[in-house]
Design a binder for this molecule. Sequence first.
Ligand SMILES: Cc1cc2nc3c(=O)[nH]c(=O)nc-3n(C[C@H](O)[C@H](O)[C@H](O)COP(=O)(O)OP(=O)(O)OC[C@H]3O[C@@H](n4cnc5c(N)ncnc54)[C@H](O)[C@@H]3O)c2cc1C
Length: 469
Amino acid sequence: MTPCFNWFEVAYYWMGLKMYDLVAARHILHLSRYYSVQESIELFPTLARKGKDKSLRGTVVYYDGQMNDSRLNVGLACSAALAGAAVLNHAEVISFLKDEGSERIIGAKIRDNLSGQEFETYAEVVVNAAGPFCDSVRKMANKDAQPMICPSSGVHVVLPDYYSPEGMGLIVPKTKDGRVVFMLPWLGRTVAGTTDSNTSITALPEPHEDEIQFILDAICDYLNVKVRRTDVLSAWSGIRPLAMDPTAKNTESISRDHVVCEDFPGLVTITGGKWTTYRRIIFSMAEDAVNAAIKSGKLSPRNECITGNLRLVGGDGWESSSFTVLAQQYVRMKKTHGGKVVPGVMDTASAKHLSHAYGTLAERVATIAQNETLGKRLAHGYPYLEAEVAYCARNEYCESAIDFIARRSRLAFLDTDAAGRALPRIIEILAKEHNWDRSRQKQEMQKAREFLETFKSSKNAQFHDGKHK
Ligand SMILES: Cc1cc2nc3c(=O)[nH]c(=O)nc-3n(C[C@H](O)[C@H](O)[C@H](O)COP(=O)(O)OP(=O)(O)OC[C@H]3O[C@@H](n4cnc5c(N)ncnc54)[C@H](O)[C@@H]3O)c2cc1C
């Protein structure tokens, strides 16, 4: 919902969102509409009735989709593997192989970052989709390559669930200093953001304390409760790889659309863009990149693009009521501290979580929870089960503790302390799955703890008025 503090705002946002409804046409989830102050407070109890010097006149509510990006990403990789792709995890391109005569890129040298082993692989064409790192990959082809992206840092903070009601978020398209802030329900908690500031590219960007404070202050202006710093369960920073217009002065004026180019023969780079556009019906990031690769490598595809109607793994046969089957048919067998095995119910929260995260494959996770006594929750207050660690290790290329807490589940992003408390059990299960010795287990614990530290703030203030200095 968008809060409006004068009638002009009501008319402006209402008309804007009606246009949005029209553009969405048959893809629309629900029609947008105006709610009075009283109705708005009923829908969103923590919404402020008064702004700094003006009163709320009502809200305009519109509907949008939300997804779990780590689950979608893993679903994509697993679907690609099922369709015949060779999927490599923790493998890094470290240099390119060139044809001696034509200088065309004909392959890459790759390092397996788990074993440290290096190997070469050959291809008709190489696609560089390295996000914020795409320029460093282009520099491997040509050390004088001009930058194509302008990295922009975006910080998010996670707060307890009570700040936003289920199914309803708050978005302020223009705060008093002209920026967007939002607060949305996300995976059982509330996520608030975001910043958009110039940054440098690092592998593990950290949120700065002043960025966190900026978000908290911005949302506080629209709530009738104080948002305390101590309520922040996790905070993280991501880098948006915005495609660069060399004449632009700031990141707000840089295009969020993607750019595809082949500025070095044999290397197609795709950068910019968003999740929203990766499989858009027209000008899709994936399709544009594949078409450029077909052209560059003079490839002869056997068929037209089929992914428009392709369901990802676990999607076929899934229905929003599928979780009830899990709740009815499975129990969670748990080992108590004394070593006794006891049955527990597959409660609604766990069943819903499994169904949303794994689709129809949730039944396989539930079977592990039942048959292998891995039915305990990994962290108090979160629906993640021990069985998921085993399932992800066996079926989803989960090779490290960080893989699980950040890239299979979202526990590290939801609650840093809860993720830290779950680590010993996660590592114990992964050790069994992958035959890790004691030293590897110790190493995993240390790396995961260091990783979790990046979800707390770094105190260095570099952020003023939304811009890094
Ligand atoms: C804070 C924030 C908020 C966002 N919000 C939204 C949103 O609301 N909606 C939306 O649609 N999108 C959003 N996005 C954008 C989206 O999440 C992606 O960042 C964007 O689509 C870019 O994706 P990508 O695949 O190009 O890059 P990435 O997702 O960064 O993937 C690049 C991959 O390349 C790998 N890589 C790097 N170097 C190498 C190498 N040398 N060898 C092998 N692999 C390498 C990396 O490990 C990584 O896995 C947001 C992004 C951020 C940061």
